[in-house]
Design a protein around this ligand. Structure first.
Ligand code: NAD
Length: 483
């Protein structure tokens, strides 16, 4: 159905490694996919939810069986190191099993009616055709986070994965087919063209009832505006400018390891990545010395090499963007302590690598402390006390993840209360969400929804209230039962 083929553009650790050829879909393909989803909805919504759950159990088993194969594909496709791409597939497996069980729950409520001989309850109903639009940084976890809850609720879906990661999405689609998903319930392959074209066409499509979008705040705003005009339900998971606070009483060794993992895991390309490090004045110098010593030992390279800790950035534009922030930071008065430029030693010349970087002397309002850089760059901000640390952490337009390292239980509880973020870690890095807890953020990170956990079902289902009057007469609420 694709109107043409294109070679994946140059990217990653080895630009000579062609991972595949993928269709570039257009508006006609979107129409075909949505029509298939609409047709399939008529029967899929009537399949008992426990049966839909059984299908997801099979999907989970197949993902387990193919975990290594998919992880290797993902590393070749988008560059994350193998241990992380295995984790990405594992998140899909965890979601499959977690959501499959929901097929025997999907609880509503029963409650007494105010009138005699009348029964009252609320149930979850499917929404219809859901458009799932996803980024490239978690090519398995994010599509499955959206798709499996959508399916268990009885919806059908059209997935538009990011342009940079079609292969992983194709593997997921193959697994769904092997598990026995009926035709039209999940539509993917036809709709993997460019965001501005097929993504926008999907969002506008009149037969799409719900848009679940994860990506940048800029595109999220556009998507929300279109959905606002058509009164379409839309859930947005957008960017972050996450911070780790280290207080003077913290276990510094633990906090250094947390900062390394939070800032440089996935080459800093996580929505929850630590991009600001807020250090108490008393420990700043010592902490930075230890951090720099560790960074000097980090191995950068091809993610297929098990000993490599940091892979490349996703593409040339991403590396150019990260590089541009070095100059922006310098002009504002920040100082590059380590890193600061592309890494093109040996085989890394074939990819878009960037050195793990620390920017020192950053102040809270600098652009490098406010804007999402989405690369291996950590901006260090010094603070005199706890209150200042919390104020700096809260001082951005985003509010996704956050972290504080402290040995003081009172401070830990104040931080849990006062930090403005959807996720707070105490003595852990800003990354590491688990699939059975709500995931999302406040302020410009989203529009109030939470994926994962039990909260995701509020995105993918409609509440329906049902009253059954078995009195045999007309009873008027708020009227007949009032003296
Ligand atoms: P992006 O916004 O450029 O693209 C996301 C998706 O939207 C892609 O599939 C893209 O093709 C599509 N798209 C682009 N233009 C579109 C349009 N006009 N209409 C509809 N769809 C369109 O983001 P990205 O670069 O792929 O991902 C990085 C961003 O995602 C970062 O900002 C990161 O913080 C964010 N992110 C957020 C979360 C979260 O859960 N909060 C998780 C991962 C990534």
């Amino acid at each position: 159905m694709a109107n043409g083929c294109r070679r994946k553009p140059d990217r990653l650790s080895n630009r000579n490694d062609l991972v595949g050829l993928f269709p570039a879909s257009d508006q006609g393909d979107v129409d075909t996919a949505v029509a298939a989803a609409k047709k399939a909805f008529a029967s899929w919504r009537l399949v008992p939810a426990p049966k839909r759950g059984e299908l997801l159990y099979r999907v989970g088993e197949l993902l387990k069986a193919h975990k290594e194969e998919i992880a290797r594909i993902m590393t070749r496709e988008m560059g994350k190191v193998l241990k992380e791409t295995r984790g990405d597939v594992q998140e899909g497996i965890d979601t499959a099993f977690y959501v499959a069980g929901e097929g025997r729950r999907l609880f509503g409520e029963t409650t007494p009616s105010e009138l005699p001989d009348k029964f009252a309850m609320s149930v979850r109903a499917p929404v219809g055709v859901c458009a799932l639009i996803t980024p490239w940084n978690f090519p398995m976890a994010i599509p499955t986070w959206k798709m499996f809850p959508a399916l268990i609720c009885g919806n059908t879906v059209v997935l538009k994965p990011a342009e940079d990661t079609p292969y992983t999405a194709v593997k997921l689609f193959e697994i769904l087919q092997r598990a026995g998903v009926p035709p039209g319930v999940v539509n993917l392959v036809l709709v993997q063209g460019r965001g501005e074209e097929v993504g926008a066409a999907l969002v506008r499509h009149p037969d799409v009832q719900l848009v679940s979008f994860t990506g940048s705040a800029a595109v999220g705003r556009e998507v929300a505006a279109v959905c606002g005009q058509s009164l379409k339900r839309v859930s947005l998971e957008l960017g972050g400018k996450n911070a780790q606070i280290v207080m003077e009483d913290a276990d510094l060794g633990l906090a250094v390891e947390g900062a390394l993992w939070g800032a440089f895991g996935t080459t800093g390309q996580r929505c929850t990545a630590t991009s600001r490090l807020i250090l108490h004045h008393d420990i700043k110098t010592k902490f930075i010395d230890r951090l720099v010593a560790r960074i000097e030992k980090i191995k950068i390279g091809d993610g297929l090499d098990e000993s490599v800790e940091i892979g490349p950035l996703i593409n040339r534009a991403a590396r150019d963007k990260v590089q541009s922030y070095m100059e922006i930071g310098r002009q504002e008065g920040a100082r590059v302590l380590i890193g600061g430029s592309a890494y093109d030693i040996g085989a890394c010349a074939n990819g878009f690598f960037f050195q793990p970087t620390i920017l020192d002397r950053v102040t809270p309002n600098m652009r490098v402390a406010q804007e999402e850089i989405f690369g291996p760059v950590l901006s260090v901000i010094e603070v005199p006390d706890f209150d200042a640390a919390i104020a700096v952490l809260n001082g951005t337009r985003y509010g996704l993840s956050s972290s504080i390292y402290t040995a003081d239980v009172n401070r830990a509880f104040r931080a849990m209360r006062d930090i403005e973020a959807g996720i707070t870690y105490i003595n852990g890095p800003t990354i590491g969400a688990e699939v059975h807890l709500p995931f999302g953020g406040v302020k410009d990170t989203g529009n109030g929804h939470r994926e994962a956990g039990t909260t995701v079902y509020d995105i993918f289902s409609e509440w329906k209230s049902i009253y059954v009057d078995y009195s045999g007469r007309l009873q008027k609420a708020q009227i007949d039962n009032v003296e």
